[in-house]
Design a protein around this ligand. Structure first.
Ligand code: ZN
Length: 124
């Protein structure tokens, strides 16, 4: 039995790959900017043993930045995966069930490597 292979034509994949690469760079820069904003990244602060209650805001700021960084990293992983799937010619198919990912979904989230059903099953 022949496997149905609905592939994205190269002329469509090229701009997607370009977009994803640009997006990855943008995220990398964003991550570096966040690191600069992180109060804990200040080397002087680290050696300072000032009263701990004054650090509450910094603790919070640090936690917030860490959470944002984690989100960026998650997206970067998805982008790298999507780029890898472009390379092997599997872009646009779900990595779990192999079904075509809805093009509407790919428009909104071009780095998606799971179809909407598998994404839902995965849970958050
Ligand atoms: Zn799926």
């Amino acid at each position: 039995m022949k496997k149905p292979s609905i592939k994205f034509p190269a002329r469509l994949l090229r701009p997607i790959a370009t977009f994803l690469r640009r997006e990855e760079k943008r995220l990398e820069k964003r991550k570096k900017d966040l690191e600069k904003e992180d109060p804990f990244s200040d080397p002087i602060r680290l050696t300072d043993n000032a009263a701990s209650d004054a650090d509450a805001a910094e603790q919070f700021g640090h936690a917030r930045i860490e959470a944002m960084k984690r989100q960026i990293e998650k997206r970067q992983i998805d982008i790298r995966k999507a780029l890898g799937r472009i390379k092997i010619g599997h872009y646009g198919t779900c990595e779990k069930c192999g079904k075509m990912i809805d093009t509407d979904r790919l428009m909104v989230k071009p780095e998606a490597t799971l179809c909407i059903d598998c994404e839902r099953k995965k849970g958050k």
